[in-house]
Design a protein around this ligand. Structure first.
Ligand code: TYD
Length: 213
């Protein structure tokens, strides 16, 4: 738990799970209701981190798995210092599309670099900082793949094999089991409206429950 008045809630899941759509619609509703919302994303979320994002996701940039892990960690450090910590100090409710769990699942499990190793590598930059809560958007791989194909444009990670995405999925399942207090599961197989509704209810409950009853 961070010690400020603000709160960081991260949105996680495999590609195509629908977390970005849910995040956008919930952020718009909460802003309308007057919540102090900040929306961010990883990789990215600050000027330099967005430049690192372009490097990482470009399909023409083949790279070594450890180089990839360092780039995600570097962009995360920059995002933390430039965006997340200042917003938390101002008491904001930050909704962030992906965060550390993505590195643990994609680089730790997907790339087989090891969850512990990736956590240690990131902790050099994070110094123990963790999100207050995480929403994991749970969906079967087949439906995710269909949604990805409908979306069209694929980044470097999207183009990985089914086995890779299965390992990522298994990684997220491990993370949910290891962090039952922090990670809340959203059933992403429902309609867009239902997923947004469930997400909204969960975010409001977490925010109100902590400081604003
Ligand atoms: P993005 O287009 O933001 O995908 P999505 O809309 O599915 O979130 O691309 C981010 C990609 O980077 C996505 O495939 C997941 C991957 N990723 C990692 O492998 N490690 C990480 O630490 C993060 C934050 C993302």
């Amino acid at each position: 738990m961070n010690q400020t008045k603000g709160m960081l809630i991260t949105f996680e899941g495999n590609d195509g799970a629908g977390k970005t759509t849910a995040l956008e619609s919930v952020a718009a509703i909460l802003k309308e209701k007057g919540y102090p919302i900040v929306v961010s994303r990883e990789p990215g979320g600050s000027v330099l981190a967005e430049k690192i994002r372009e490097l990482i996701l470009d399909v023409n940039n083949e790279m070594d798995a450890k180089t990839e892990a360092y780039l995600y960690a570097a962009s995360r450090r920059e995002h933390l210092v430039q965006t997340i910590l200042p917003a938390l100090q101002e008491g904001k409710l930050i909704l962030c599309d992906r965060y550390l769990d993505s590195s643990l699942a994609y680089q730790g499990h997907g790339r087989k670099l090891g969850q512990k190793e990736i956590e240690q590598l990131n902790d050099f930059g994070l110094e123990g900082f963790r999100p207050d809560y995480t929403l994991f958007f749970s969906l079967d791989l087949e439906t995710e793949k269909e949604r990805m194909e409908m979306r069209g444009e694929m980044n470097r990670l999207d183009l990985e094999s089914r086995e890779f995405h299965q390992r990522v999925r298994d990684g997220f399942t491990c993370l949910c089991q290891q962090n039952p207090q922090r990670i809340h599961v959203i059933d992403a197989s429902q309609t867009k409206e239902e997923v947004a509704q469930a997400t909204l209810a969960q975010v409001e409950e977490l925010w109100k429950g902590r400081f604003h009853d």
